[in-house]
Design a protein around this ligand. Structure first.
Ligand SMILES: Nc1ncnc2c1ncn2[C@@H]1O[C@H](COP(=O)(O)OP(=O)(O)OP(=O)(O)O)[C@@H](O)[C@H]1O
Ligand SMILES: [Mg+2]
Length: 116
């Protein structure tokens, strides 16, 4: 939910100053791709074509309290919580790739437990 909420905020940011027609021609999309990496791991990729982010922001994105949003809008805790859930609860990992003005992709790898 935190990843999706951020993607929606990134759309708002990217759409600033655009006309309805421009948004219609190049619509906002979130693509979720799931796959099985091997016997022990699954991969979930969540991609948006929102505003993207700088390398500085990517470097700090999982830091608790880090936000680029205006006061009262972001607490900067969303991605820190995501990171904690993925790494500590599930023993997986999460990576971000982004290009300013192009969009962002989050790649999650999560270990699977054998079904019994
Ligand atoms: N999909 C995204 N596209 C562009 N920037 C993003 C995206 N996801 C995160 N960010 C950047 O990372 C920062 C940290 O994200 P995080 O979710 O931790 O905090 P927040 O969204 O600012 O506040 P909160 O989630 O606590 O309401 C954001 O302020 C934003 O700059
Ligand atoms: Mg957030």
């Amino acid at each position: 939910m935190n990843i999706l909420a951020n993607a929606i905020d990134a759309f708002d940011q990217a759409n600033k100053g655009k006309t309805y027609r421009e948004i219609e021609v190049n619509p906002n999309v979130i693509i979720i791709h799931t796959s099985r990496l091997n016997e022990h791991q699954i991969k979930i990729q969540i991609q948006d074509n929102g505003c993207g982010m700088s390398q500085d922001t990517q470097d700090r994105i999982f830091e608790p309290g880090f936000t680029t949003k205006e006061v009262g809008k972001g607490t900067g805790l969303g991605m820190a919580i995501v990171h904690q859930i993925i790494t500590e609860k599930h023993g997986g990992d999460i990576k971000v790739q982004s290009e300013l003005g192009q969009g962002s992709t989050f790649t999650l790898r999560i270990p699977m437990k054998a079904a019994r």
